[in-house]
Design a protein around this ligand. Structure first.
Ligand SMILES: [Mg+2]
Length: 372
């Protein structure tokens, strides 16, 4: 009998579309959320828009132009540029490249930046380009964790994490190790890394799995990812999503935490945006489900609108939900008025901001590079 390995089939067109959807849909959620971040209201307040209306209006902390994504997607692009080479994101060279990219961004393109990420990157910026800059960054994150009293699980690692779900589509464990390694550059709190592992596994499983067949929308299943979380914290996460604050039954509970700077709340609210969208879709007329492409776009609008509406860190929760939604529904579900408008930093080789096609290319290249 031959001992040769059975060749694995190349990814399908649908899987490529879902890989291309991850960064693109994250960016759309990000750009939809920026005007509402931390109590902001759109600069063009006279337009009469409400958070429930999915328009890219700009404003917020940047302030951003309409359609422009913020720090969440800026940092995700930096990770993606390393991931798209096929590099092992747990290796020192790859982590040094990501760390150098973060520092470059901090010193030039960062239009806004969270307090924790600013503290860590600022502490090691003068080591840019040195061997082991990533180890220095991890130590700075540990120092921040200690001085914060052991509570440093901000959502700043999770907001940039989605593309890591594409790095090793056939290997859940390698994907989880990569998510944990990149999170640890700036966030030493194990809950921050856990949240990244859970989101990355949802995305990996969505892209590796079969195409969406219509009903029901099962694109976000955190419980299925918990085998990759260390045993000592598995019950914490399980109980959170099953009977706890972020149980599906609480999709419209007014008692949800008001803020989502804590990575657990950011992931929880992103998850509940899927449950909310399912509830809304259930009341649609039967004809809604007949055109799958149109249903996918409508579902995506429902998910991202809910993510923006339910959070105070609106761009970040919508970016987290968007990356997962894109991995399930694909780039094809992104409405053209969003895809045409979305853009942002860092710049490309031509010195111009990136656009939808660039994000799709980075997602596809990351997925394919990890399969070879
Ligand atoms: Mg942001």
């Amino acid at each position: 009998m031959s001992t040769r390995e059975v060749p694995t089939p190349p990814p399908s067109a649908s899987q490529i579309d879902r890989a291309e959807g991850v960064l693109l849909t994250q960016a759309c959620g990000d750009a939809l959320g920026v005007p509402w971040e931390l109590g902001h209201r759109p600069a063009d307040g006279g337009c009469g828009s409400r958070p429930g209306e999915a328009h890219m209006q700009g404003g917020g902390l940047g302030p951003y132009s309409p359609g422009e994504w913020s720090d969440d997607t800026q940092m995700a692009v930096i990770i993606a540029r390393v991931a798209a080479t096929g590099a092992d994101l747990t290796s020192r060279p790859a982590l040094d490249a990501v760390a150098d990219g973060f520092i470059d961004w901090y010193e030039s393109a960062a239009s806004d930046i969270g307090a924790q990420t600013r503290a860590v990157l600022g502490a090691v910026a003068h080591h840019r380009g040195e061997p082991d800059v990533s180890a220095r960054m991890r130590r700075a994150a540990c120092d921040y964790h200690k001085t914060s009293g052991g509570r440093s699980a901000g959502n700043g690692a999770l907001m940039r994490n989605g593309v890591i779900g594409l790095t090793r589509l056939r290997d859940p464990r390698a994907t989880a190790l990569a998510a944990r390694a990149v999170a640890a550059l700036t966030h030493a709190d194990p809950l921050a890394a856990d949240s990244c592992v859970i989101q990355a596994e949802m995305i990996r499983a969505n892209v590796a799995g079969p195409a969406w067949q219509g009903l029901p929308l099962n694109g976000a299943n955190p419980l299925a990812a918990l085998a990759l979380v260390p045993e000592e914290r598995r019950a914490y996460w399980h109980d959170l999503f099953d009977g706890g604050v972020y149980d599906p039954m609480n999709w419209d509970w007014p008692g949800l935490p008001a803020t989502d700077g804590f990575t657990v709340d950011a992931l929880g609210k992103a998850y509940l945006s899927f449950i909310s969208a399912n509830r809304a879709a259930a009341s649609m007329p039967a004809t809604f489900h007949e055109n799958r492409a149109e249903a996918g776009s409508t579902w995506l609008r429902l998910i991202l609108t809910r993510a923006v509406h339910s959070s105070d860190d609106s761009d970040t929760v919508a970016a987290i939900a968007g990356a997962v939604a894109g991995s399930y529904l694909g780039a094809c579900a992104v409405p053209s008025e969003w895809a045409d408008k979305v853009h942002g930093l860092p710049t490309g080789e031509d010195g111009e901001p990136l656009h939808a096609a660039d994000l799709r290319e980075l997602g596809r290249a990351t997925a394919l590079a990890g399969l070879t």
